[in-house]
Write a protein that binds this ligand. Structure first.
Ligand SMILES: [Fe+2]
Length: 298
């Protein structure tokens, strides 16, 4: 009887999820843990960057650091759902402040190879994933303290996207958005709308009450910014991918829509920092670090 109850408890673990919203890039960072004093994972952190001045700031990251310290959490993982194109990752900074392993999907090597070509990086930027402490194989299982987690490979937006399933909570990355916003774009290098459709079917096959946490929110009507929904709600009401939408219909819609979208403001600085796990390029002889702008490449 005791064993049954213990097992039941294990099956219904509900991690605590603290969201932090960066309004400049509409990005959610999450701290996931099992209570004060326990191990934690930080998902998709943000390093502030002002493209006008080229100045970085850790103001957003400091809010996360303060939360972690206040709740006496031990950071085990700094998880990236993918190499983001809309914000710079603070993973490198947070690792220095709080510890933890920086991890991403193993297909990041493909993304590194593509952008290494676009930016014409040399040997200082190996495309073998070594900048990260851990590369997840598809569906690899790992632990966050007592919490069981799984790295679900959900390519489409990029080839390397991972959705992190931690007990009953899934951090979907750039796949689904809130039901009234729909889905992530698929027109970046290596993106593919067919692939995204199939990845989303994998998420929608999870139990209906699974909590889904968004990577971004871009409300188009007057509602407040929201980070959480469920598999059931997405199946019923997602405007792009509700039950019954065929792969062909989705691909047609997604492709047409992507043609109308401008590049994200921070894509050029973000990608070259994020494929380095949030580390800046090495300083030049005058001690200043530089980012590159490829002309007419996008
Ligand atoms: Fe993204």
């Amino acid at each position: 009887m005791f064993d049954d109850l213990t097992l039941q408890g294990a099956l219904t673990m509900r991690p605590q999820v603290a969201p932090f919203f960066d309004s400049a890039t509409s990005t959610f960072t999450y701290v996931v843990h099992a209570g004060d004093g326990t191990p934690a994972a930080i998902i998709d952190s943000v390093l502030d960057f002002d493209p006008k001045s080229g100045r970085t700031s850790t103001a957003s990251a400091e809010r996360v650091v303060a939360f972690v310290r206040e709740h006496d959490l031990q950071v085990q993982w700094l998880l990236e759902t993918h190499a983001h194109a809309d914000h710079l990752s603070a993973a490198h900074y947070l690792k220095r402040e709080l510890g933890g392993k920086i991890a991403i999907g193993e297909q990041i090597r493909t993304v590194q190879r593509v952008f290494k070509g676009i930016f014409n990086f040399g040997e200082e930027m190996p495309a073998d994933g070594r900048q990260f402490d851990h590369l997840f194989a598809p569906d690899e299982v790992f632990m966050v303290g007592e919490l069981t987690a799984r790295a679900l490979h959900v390519p489409g937006h990029t080839p390397a996207d991972i959705a992190y399933q931690i007990e009953d909570a899934v951090f979907v990355g750039d796949t689904l958005f809130m039901p009234d916003v729909g889905s992530a774009r698929c027109d970046f290098p290596g993106g593919d709308a067919h692939t995204l459709y199939r990845s989303v079917q994998k998420l929608l096959a999870l139990p209906p009450q699974t909590r889904l946490f968004m990577c971004h929110d871009y409300p188009t009507v007057s509602r407040s910014v929201t980070c959480e929904t469920t598999v059931d709600e997405q199946r019923r009401t997602n405007i792009h991918l509700h039950e019954g939408v065929s792969e062909e219909a989705f691909v047609e819609m997604r492709t047409a829509r992507d043609r109308t979208l401008a590049m994200p403001v921070l894509i050029l600085p973000a990608v070259q920092v994020n494929i380095r796990a949030g580390e800046m390029p090495a300083p030049e002889s005058n001690g200043v670090r530089y980012l590159k702008i490829p002309l007419n490449a996008f």
